[in-house]
Ligand binder design. Structure first.
Ligand SMILES: C[S@@+](CC[C@H](N)C(=O)[O-])C[C@H]1O[C@@H](n2cnc3c(N)ncnc32)[C@H](O)[C@@H]1O
Length: 325
């Protein structure tokens, strides 16, 4: 129940466009350890990050030399009240540039509100190689689309449901983006304003006095090279002899599978797997054929019922075999 409430909270954040979930340093460190050579001589841009509070900024500043960065840029967003004639300096959106020296950092206010889509932020994007941040949930697809359009690399946090967005799924299917290492409980929680306390046991206060909400519904999405995505899923199950465990779809010539670990090693046709499969997906082992829909263009059905979002895949390693089943 409580977990449902938490996931609902994230959905509400998306709907209300509140987006007030701040990433913990421990979660950034836990993911970033898997990209040891990706940052050498690169310019990193954290474009939804107030450098005064962002743990992304803190991580890259503190690990600047270890990662071999060439520059770090961070910029923050401030909603502008169009009615106020003059915006006080401390309320302005701004950006900063750190080049790894002891000299004072370059800090400058934006003319506008620091929206990642603004001309000023786009200029900073052009100067950078890799965008790393936790962007607003409500603008996730637009955010990723912009980075991809500008041929930049990225490592960003999103909601697991983002996989089901057409724009994001297409990137994954076409091998232009993939899931990072940590997913679900692998991201321990977000720093939220104190008034989220009402959500009970999923919320705790850490040693620093920050309110943390645990979530089960987030992922890292990236196009940075990752060893994990070249590792085969170890398949142990057999289809032959266990046909009844793998019902055929009503509207597609393929079998339904409820858990990634149940993918049989001897089935060369279409298989519908849950979206969490993507966490283990190796594009050399499997081909992603289609998302969610059967041959009739409607949601995949088994005995009249639609299992939750299925991805149709095919085992590439068996494609030399003539269909045996
Ligand atoms: C989920 S919070 C994450 C903050 C920070 N990146 C982190 O991980 O701790 C999303 C942030 O995006 C900012 N934001 C909201 N709309 C934005 C926009 N259009 N352009 C840039 N940043 C935006 C919010 O101010 C908020 O700080």
């Amino acid at each position: 129940m409580v977990r449902q409430a938490t996931n609902k909270l994230l959905q509400n954040a998306k709907k209300s466009k509140k987006d007030e979930f701040y990433t913990q340093l421990c979660d950034i460190e836990r993911e970033l350890q898997y990209y040891p050579n990706s940052f050498v001589n690169k310019v990193v841009y954290c474009n939804c990050d107030d450098p005064d509070v962002s743990n992304f900024f803190r991580f890259f500043r503190d690990n600047f030399h270890k990662l071999g960065l060439s520059k770090l840029i961070a910029s923050c967003f401030r909603e502008i009240d169009n009615n106020s004639v003059q915006i006080q300096n401390d309320k302005r959106a701004f950006y900063c540039v750190y080049n790894g020296t002891d000299e004072p950092m370059f800090v400058a206010p934006f003319r506008g509100n620091g929206d990642f889509r603004s001309e000023e932020c786009m200029e900073l994007l052009q100067q950078s190689d890799i965008v790393v941040t936790n962007p607003p949930f409500s603008l996730f697809r637009e955010f990723v689309s912009q980075i991809v359009k500008h041929n930049k690399q990225f490592l960003v946090i999103g909601n697991v449901n983002a996989i089901t967005y057409k724009e994001i799924f297409d990137l994954i299917q076409n091998n232009k983006a993939w899931l990072g290492v940590n997913l679900g409980r692998g991201i321990s929680g977000f720093i939220v304003p104190e008034d989220y306390k009402q959500y009970g046991s999923e919320v705790h206060v850490n040693e620093a006095g920050q309110t943390i909400i645990a979530t089960n519904g987030c992922l890292w999405l990236t196009n940075l090279e990752l060893n994990k995505r070249h590792e085969d899923i170890n398949l142990t199950k057999l289809y032959l002899g266990n046909e009844s465990k793998y019902p055929m779809y009503d509207n597609c010539d393929g079998i339904n599978i409820n858990k990634t670990q149940d993918i049989p090693k001897d089935y060369c046709g279409l298989m519908g797997v849950p979206i969490t499969f993507l966490h283990k997906y190796n594009p050399e082992q499997f081909e992603i054929v289609r998302f969610r829909k059967g041959d009739d263009g409607r949601d995949l059905r088994v005995n009249g019922k639609c299992p939750y979002f299925r991805i149709l895949i095919r085992n590439r390693r068996l494609q030399h075999i003539k269909r045996v089943v």
